[in-house]
Design a binder for this molecule. Structure first.
Ligand code: UD1
Ligand code: MG
Length: 423
């Protein structure tokens, strides 16, 4: 469904890089596309510092966390760091391969400028997905004993994430119709739903207990339906809040970081082993997600030298849904997803066919000024531009990521204010 071309393999020898036409002899020699730009290391160093300082402060200093948990979290962080470097190295390599198979897109928000004619390698989320899975699989060796009850759910979670990555890649290659796309995550969630043996109860909010007459409600099968719907929502909502350089990965990084902080706070504040274990479980999957996504971000941040594809948006959405389900904090997760919920609500008329839905619902780019203007398509990106006026793609993406961070902070404040009164 992308703007890319899946041309015949004969076309692989042609190159459309405008810069090459200025050196004719080079043009004759070049039979493949030029290598992608190097990673934007400055962005990554700043982000790593920004994330690691508060995170390790909470882990080592602020809370008295059990040594065993600390050890597992640190081993996981170490393997994730290795995953970060592998992803960083693999992306340029994989870019060459995807370009060779004509899997690329044109940067729509640069149309009319030389950058808009460059073939940008598409679906690099496949590298992140594979490295993530290898990291998560290897980590089991260090952490779980052979009889650990967590092992079944951990592997079911990995199967769902793997299935989702595969279906995302299928979508990138085959251009699946939009309505089928919506349903793919419910298929990918099956391994987890079938293996799930955890509780299916929800705690009724205290103010509602007198009306419902129960403190705890067992939802049974409906709980599994809810889990499936959460997976469908998380994956698609990331996929449709997209189309700006860095937005897909950027929002994932912000949410993943918020999930990590939330988990550390919960482990630190609780004495219940099983509760702590559920949150540690979620850390073991989110740390590799964050590390590998940071590596992808260094290539995808403005100006993007690679696109992430639906492979990444589905993979990231499914991973976050899985950790929310198994960590039992899906309500908190949905508040972290507030901008995505808003984007979904704005999209409802187009998604459900009440209003015409074009293939791309992106803003209008003016090549003369380099600024984006909001269109009438129902997305948060357009709504933001219509409200705050024209701006450049880079600054728009940055501001939307700040909005995402504000939503996460709002969630922490809300949890603090409602603690004890709500649940
Ligand atoms: C979803 C959105 C669509 C949006 C697209 C952008 C809905 C219903 N669908 O479709 O409106 O236009 O994502 O990702 O809301 N691209 C850029 N710059 C970027 C990222 C992507 O120009 O920073 C373009 C490229 O041409 C790329 C294509 O978007 O090839 C990828 O689109 P794809 O992910 O296939 O779109 P959908 O997920 O189907
Ligand atoms: Mg997409």
């Amino acid at each position: 469904m992308a703007a890319r071309k899946r041309a015949s393999t004969k076309d692989t020898t042609t190159t459309t890089d405008p810069t090459e036409t200025t050196t004719p002899h080079k043009h004759l020699e070049t039979t493949t596309d030029p290598p992608i730009a190097p990673p934007k290391s400055g962005v990554i160093i700043k982000l790593c510092l920004f994330f690691s300082i508060p995170y390790f402060y909470l882990l080592f200093y602020h809370y008295k966390i059990d040594q065993e948990f600390k050890k597992s979290i640190l081993i996981n962080a170490g393997v994730s760091l290795a995953g970060f470097f592998v992803t960083l190295k693999m992306i340029p390599l994989a870019s060459r391969y995807v370009l060779r198979r004509n899997l690329f897109g044109y940067d729509i928000n640069k149309k009319g400028t030389p950058q808009g004619t460059v073939k940008v390698p598409e679906s690099l989320g496949i590298v992140v997905g594979i490295v993530f899975l290898v990291v998560a699989i290897l980590f089991q060796y260090f952490n779980f004993t052979a009889d650990s009850v967590w092992l079944v759910e951990y592997n079911a979670a990995l199967a769902s994430i793997c299935f989702m990555t595969l279906l995302g890649f299928v979508d990138d290659v085959l251009d699946v119709p939009w309505r089928v796309k919506l349903l793919l995550p419910s298929v990918a969630a099956l391994p987890l739903l079938m293996a799930y043996a955890g509780h299916t109860t929800i705690i009724i909010p205290k103010p509602l207990v007198s009306y419902v007459g129960l403190e705890v409600l067992d939802l049974g099968c409906i709980y599994k339906l809810y889990m499936g719907l959460l997976a469908v929502f998380c994956t698609n909502s990331i996929n449709i809040h997209a189309g700006l350089n860095g937005l897909e990965v950027g929002q994932t990084i912000v949410i993943a970081f918020a999930i990590l902080i939330h988990n550390i706070m919960q482990i630190g504040a609780s004495k219940d082993q099983e509760y702590q274990q559920a949150h540690a479980f979620s850390i073991y999957l989110v740390q590799p997600l964050l590390a590998t996504s940071l590596a992808l971000f260094s290539y995808n941040w403005y100006p993007s030298s690679v696109f992430v594809g639906d492979t990444y948006t589905y993979f990231a959405g499914m991973t976050m849904a899985v950790v929310g389900i198994l960590g039992h904090f899906s309500e908190t997760l949905l508040i972290f997803f507030l901008p995505q919920v808003l984007n979904f609500l704005l999209s409802v008329p187009q998604l459900f066919g009440f209003v015409n839905c074009p293939r791309h619902r992106l803003p209008r780019f003016d090549p003369l000024t380099g600024l984006l203007t909001g269109t009438n398509d129902g997305t948060l990106v357009n709504f933001y531009l219509r409200t705050f006026g024209k701006m450049s793609e880079k600054s728009l993406c940055f501001q939307l990521l700040v909005v995402q961070a504000i939503a996460c902070c709002f969630c922490f404040v809300l949890r603090y204010v409602l603690a004890g009164w709500y649940k």
